[in-house]
Design a protein around this ligand. Structure first.
Ligand SMILES: [Zn+2]
Length: 670
């Protein structure tokens, strides 16, 4: 066919005429000149943030896919505490269910106690100037002593087959004589073992001497199955100290046998209180279970009186049960004062807050209020996010400065007042991350510490009408400077992959502040809270990855946030917006409006808030969406004023992490 050239040209002319005429009529506004900037809008808003699409295991929406699976690990543990030798010895029976679509020829287990052996990888990487991790150089016969590993079967586990195993640092590989079937195959592994507790176990467990006896804070106390998942297969990253845990869910039934003068507290419900507490103490338990005020179960006087009797040869066994948990821990001491109070949960459900502490920590300025702190923290987070899932919440004073386990936490013996409230609130805040939402802490500390730090800001501000709330508003520009200091590694790093001194920023405060920024400055409280609650509900008792979190927040809030994930989590980008200048559309008549120019000088993008002061003294707020930075380094917009502008201030309330406040204001020249 032959082209009809003249007609084609005529159509073009007709179509473009209105635009041509309009452009001629409107006075052309002079755009801002180029500025020297590190901002690259393509880097900030580039496509392909996600390196893979959703799968049938993990959906593109960020929720578990239709064929999501995870394995199950139920433990039956029976151990004995040798108080004099600090030794724990006993038997584990792990009932492991393989829900994966693959047969398994071997299993991997974690032997975390091996960190404290002199030749462990974790000890090898302790820097010269010391570390919170590993065993602080204590020389002792450390590590798990594995006495036997066997497969058991029969109604009473009476049929035993020894299996081959191999130990490498903090991991043990168990070779199965016959592959474990996919899609629901089950195996029972029996392990006889013992270990001597370190005095100082990487600040997560340990033994402390007090006036009335040692306090044993016991964790990482049995070989634990590694998580087998659809992300990495077997998660065998060794325990070197910095990275915490990644554990499988299941039901725990455990018994601790100890000298009869010792009180034992543990994860979950104590099944045999009648066998271990006195009649009087039992009555107090009953009172506590219906009391909003703290009730003493074992008083300081009783501790001292029983202490005078000395050690007996008699032993008691304490039997605990916790279901749908990823771990269990316990503590034991003759020195424990014990108190408790009822926790009120949504839908009329109840739990019990318990504190166990020595005489040295007693008193209303210290652990005498511990149970009150635990109760209020759990009540707040249960109402706000997801109901606390366990029958008890026990807080133990010892030489661990703060460490969380399902239904039990260990906090520092010397913590007091706001310090104790904050550590109790933080450690029990871990119930939601990682106990309920079971992310991989060994790799991604920010997904439990950071998310927990964020929920702590709300529960701590709420506590007792703000008793321990900071009175001054926090200057987020100053902390923005600190959180994005050059040389900091990105938040999205493996825990082992950044400097120990940066752990507080990268695992805790910076990701925590990231959620506050999302909630208060980007999405708004209602949209953020809905998205964050959905993340918790979707991944409760499951194993989310960073992408599952990012995708859920984007899908539920309906907002593409990849520019924010890139700036705050994936990279250590800085924010520096400058108010460059104010001009008037007509320099002879300010009532025709002003042209305000902003420059984005660093790598990060954020929505803009400006405060505009007018000559009459009135002030106005202007909000601009982050999209102004999607294809611009500088942005000029028209502000419809009827009078002259005195000043323009970017981020007037200092709620954005703009590290350089020196260029945040423009003031009229006099
Ligand atoms: Zn923590």
């Amino acid at each position: 066919m032959k082209k009809n050239k003249p007609l084609f040209l005529l159509v073009i002319l007709l179509l473009s005429a209105p635009f041509f005429l309009q452009a001629q009529r409107r006075p052309r506004i002079e755009l801002p000149s180029a500025v020297n900037s590190n901002y690259n809008y393509h880097d900030a808003f580039a496509p392909f943030f996600y390196t893979h699409n959703g799968t049938e295991y993990r959906a593109a929406t960020g929720e578990p896919g239709p064929r999501y699976w995870q394995n199950k690990a139920d433990y039956k543990l029976a151990v004995k505490l040798n108080e004099a030798a600090n030794e724990i010895s006993g038997t584990e029976i792990l009932s492991y269910t393989n829900n994966s679509p693959q047969n398994l020829n071997f299993l991997w287990m974690q032997l975390d106690q091996n960190l404290f052996k002199q030749d462990s990888r974790g000890n090898a990487i302790v820097p010269l100037n010391g570390s919170r991790n590993a065993g602080r150089g204590q020389l002792f016969d450390a590590g798990f002593k594995i006495k036997s590993v066997s497969i058991v079967s029969g109604a009473k586990n009476e049929i035993t087959t020894d299996v081959k195993y191999m130990i490498e640092d903090t991991r043990m590989q168990i070779f199965l004589p016959k592959a474990m079937a996919a899609n629901g195959g089950n195996i029972k592994i029996k392990i006889n073992y013992s270990f001597i507790s370190p005095d100082y176990g990487s600040d997560r467990m340990g033994v402390l001497s007090t006036k009335n006896g040692k306090i044993f804070s016991v964790a990482q106390w049995y070989p634990r199955i590694c998580v087998f998942d659809d992300v990495l297969g077997w998660n065998t990253h060794p325990y070197t100290g910095p990275g915490e845990f990644y554990l499988e869910y299941g039901d725990f039934d455990f018994t601790i046998t100890a000298p009869s003068n010792i009180i034992v507290v543990g994860s979950g419900e104590l099944l045999n209180p009648k066998e271990v507490y006195t009649t009087e103490q039992l009555k107090r338990w009953t009172t506590a279970s219906t009391s909003d005020k703290t009730i003493l179960i074992r008083t300081a006087e009783e501790v001292e009186k029983e202490n005078l009797k000395g050690v007996t040869n008699k032993e008691l066994s304490w039997h605990f049960k916790i279901n749908n948990a990823r771990d269990a821990a316990w503590a034991a001491s003759a020195a424990f004062i014990v108190d408790a109070a009822k926790i009120n949960l949504p839908d009329g459900k109840k739990s019990l807050a318990i504190s166990a502490y020595p005489l040295e920590s007693n008193g209303d300025s210290a652990w005498g209020r511990s149970t009150e702190y635990v109760k209020k923290s759990i009540e707040f987070n249960s109402a706000k996010w997801y109901a606390y899932p366990y029958p008890a919440a026990t807080c133990v004073a010892g030489n661990v400065s703060g460490m969380e386990y399902p239904g039990i936490v260990f906090c520092g013996i010397r913590a007091k007042k706001a310090g104790l409230m904050h550590v109790n609130d933080h450690e029990f805040g871990h119930t939601w991350f990682p106990m309920i939402v079971g992310s991989n802490e060994r790799l991604y500390g920010w997904m439990d510490e950071g998310f927990n730090t964020f929920i702590n800001t709300l529960s701590q501000a709420d506590f007792n009408n703000g008793e321990y709330k900071s009175k001054e508003p926090i200057d987020k520009q100053a902390i923005g400077n600190y959180y994005t200091a050059p040389g900091l590694e990105p938040v999205l790093s493996y825990v082992d992959n950044y400097k120990e001194r940066n752990n507080g920023t990268l695992s805790y405060s910076k990701p925590g502040e990231g959620l506050t920024l999302l909630r208060e400055q980007i999405l708004g409280k209602e949209r953020f809270d809905r998205a964050f609650t959905t993340y918790i509900q979707r991944w409760a008792f499951k194993h989310p990855t960073p992408d599952d979190f990012f995708r859920t927040i984007e899908n539920v809030s309906g907002e593409s946030l990849q520019w924010f994930w890139r700036g705050w989590f994936v990279n250590n980008w800085r924010l520096d917006v400058a108010v460059r200048e104010v001009k008037y559309v007509d320099s002879t008549d300010v009532s025709k409006g002003a042209l305000i120019t902003l420059d984005n000088l660093e790598k990060m993008a954020m929505p803009v808030v400006l405060e505009i002061k007018l000559s009459s003294g009135k002030t106005d707020r202007v909000k601009l969406p982050v999209e102004i930075w999607e294809r611009n380094i500088s942005w000029t917009f028209k502000y419809n004023c009827k009078e002259a502008i005195e000043s323009v201030t970017y981020d007037p309330e200092k709620v954005l992490p703009d590290f350089n406040p020196s260029n945040n204001s423009w003031t009229k020249q006099r």
